[in-house]
Design a protein around this ligand. Structure first.
Ligand SMILES: Cc1cc2nc3c(=O)[nH]c(=O)nc-3n(C[C@H](O)[C@H](O)[C@H](O)COP(=O)(O)OP(=O)(O)OC[C@H]3O[C@@H](n4cnc5c(N)ncnc54)[C@H](O)[C@@H]3O)c2cc1C
Length: 416
């Protein structure tokens, strides 16, 4: 028997969720994070009820409204991160269809949270050791040793690898598992304006929603509120994306750094598009030229169960993007990260806090028996959805027609 803490590598959504939950149940755990506390991950993500409700329940029955007040992108303006995902033609403003409703039975089924703020919220009361970049894992279930680049070595009963898509733990234990890079170009940028400027630009076109989804002829423009503060300013994000156009695509730059001066080809391409507001204002070449842009890569990660079972022999369990990274357009990765934490936490806290080698092996096996298919299924689904995400505007119009027919059909059925 051991009385060692559970070691969690990575203070992202998955690592902090599981740490918060374990702490709530009196299980000692330590989170090790490579970066410093000030590192910002301040973009917006869509969080969903099937993930946040079980998490809120497990960490102490926190009401959804309090969670929204704590993490919604527009919380400081009194907002709740309201989402209307209606897809609009970014060349005419015409509304096409809404792939999902944001409110069912009078409750929020999804809303926009600021990822950095969500991490701070989750990390409340958690023992986080910053500046700890993991470089090696040794040992076996019940007796694991994490070795860090700053030469710290810490022993624990098991290690939860929550260190994201480029997981060091995975690279160390399963070096032949590689991430895929689907062929998409995605540029992202930021824009700050006053709240009144934003309202003027936004409300007539997008309404109260904190995200505006614009689709065009084989390219998309999404605009979103990243964070609003009560000092009267608001940070907005824009993305411009399309499928990679063959081998010689000048905007396919997987080896370039993430932050760069806007490439001339990007500016030229954006200028060639005929956008309507608010897309024309935010995805605007003249403004983009003046600041840096992010060349965002899209990742996908699928791992075979037998590989995970092999890593489990070292007392390691993977959660979040470290085991199932999915293209961001599906809007699911962070939610599966939370759900992994809930499911793993529930299995750990069911037993004793002193974990023997056999108990650790059983915990890991039980966790994967439940969560593995869900996570890997989501990667597959997001990859499929992703392949239809950029299409000619005629294709989007057909999708819209089909959605209208479906709605009319379900209305008829309900009427009968
Ligand atoms: C632009 C964008 C938009 C997105 N939109 C959505 C959305 O709308 N909805 C949604 O559900 N998901 C969305 N996602 C995905 C979501 O953000 C991720 O799925 C989620 O953050 C994964 O959480 P994680 O804890 O597994 O990994 P991460 O958040 O990546 O956290 C991993 C942590 O581990 C640390 N780390 C890495 N290596 C080491 C090491 N060697 N030692 C110590 N620490 C280490 C990292 O610094 C990091 O803090 C989006 C992602 C992006 C990039």
């Amino acid at each position: 028997m051991t009385e060692k803490p559970i070691l969690i590598v990575g203070a992202g959504i998955s690592g902090l969720s599981v740490a918060r939950l374990l702490g709530k149940h009196g299980v000692t755990c330590i989170v090790f994070e490579q970066s410093t506390p000030d590192k910002s991950q301040g973009y917006a993500i869509t969080v969903r009820d099937w993930a946040f409700e079980p998490l809120l329940s497990e960490i102490g029955g926190i009401p959804v409204k309090d969670f929204q007040k704590g993490v919604a992108v527009d919380r400081e303006l009194g907002g709740t991160g309201w989402v209307d995902l209606t897809f609009r033609d970014n060349g005419t403003g015409e509304t096409l269809f809404n792939p999902e409703q944001s409110r069912t039975n009078n409750k929020a089924s999804l809303f926009r949270a600021n990822r950095g703020v969500l991490r701070d919220w989750l990390g409340d009361g958690v023992d986080i050791r910053y500046g700890h970049k993991l470089k090696a894992v040794k040992g076996r279930p019940g007796n694991v040793k994490a070795v860090f680049e700053n030469n710290d070595e810490v022993e624990g009963s098991m290690l939860i690898a929550a260190d994201g898509v480029h997981s060091s733990v995975r690279q160390f234990l399963l070096p032949h598992v590689h991430v895929q890079t689907p062929p998409v170009i995605l540029f992202h940028g930021k824009r700050r304006m006053t709240v009144s400027e934003w309202r003027e630009l936004w409300i007539t076109h997008i309404g109260e929603s904190t995200i505006g989804a614009g689709v065009g002829d084989d390219f998309n423009t999404f605009v979103t509120v990243a964070n609003a503060t009560n000092d009267g300013s608001i940070d907005l994000d824009w993305t411009y994306s399309r499928t990679r156009a063959g081998e010689g695509d000048p905007l396919w730059m997987p080896d370039r750094g993430e932050i760069m001066k806007a490439p001339q080809h990007l500016l030229k391409e954006i200028r060639s598009k005929d956008l309507v507001p608010p897309f024309s204002t935010l995805v605007n070449a003249d403004d983009i030229k003046k600041s840096k842009v992010y060349n965002w890569r899209i990742w996908a990660l699928q791992v075979q169960r037998k590989e995970l079972d092999k890593a489990a022999e070292s007392g390691v369990v993977f959660i979040g993007d470290a085991v199932h990274a999915m293209p961001i357009f599906g809007g699911e990765g962070g939610n599966h990260a939370m759900l992994d934490a809930v499911e793993l936490g529930a299995i750990i806290t069911k037993g004793k806090t002193d974990l023997s080698d056999i108990e650790v092996a059983e915990i890991v096996r039980n966790f994967y028996d439940g969560a593995y298919q869900r996570g890997q299924g989501a990667v597959k689904r997001c990859l499929q959805r992703f392949s239809q995400f950029h299409q000619p505007i005629s294709g989007w119009k057909k999708v819209a027609e089909m959605a209208t027919k479906r709605e009319a059909g379900s209305g008829d059925r309900e009427g009968n």
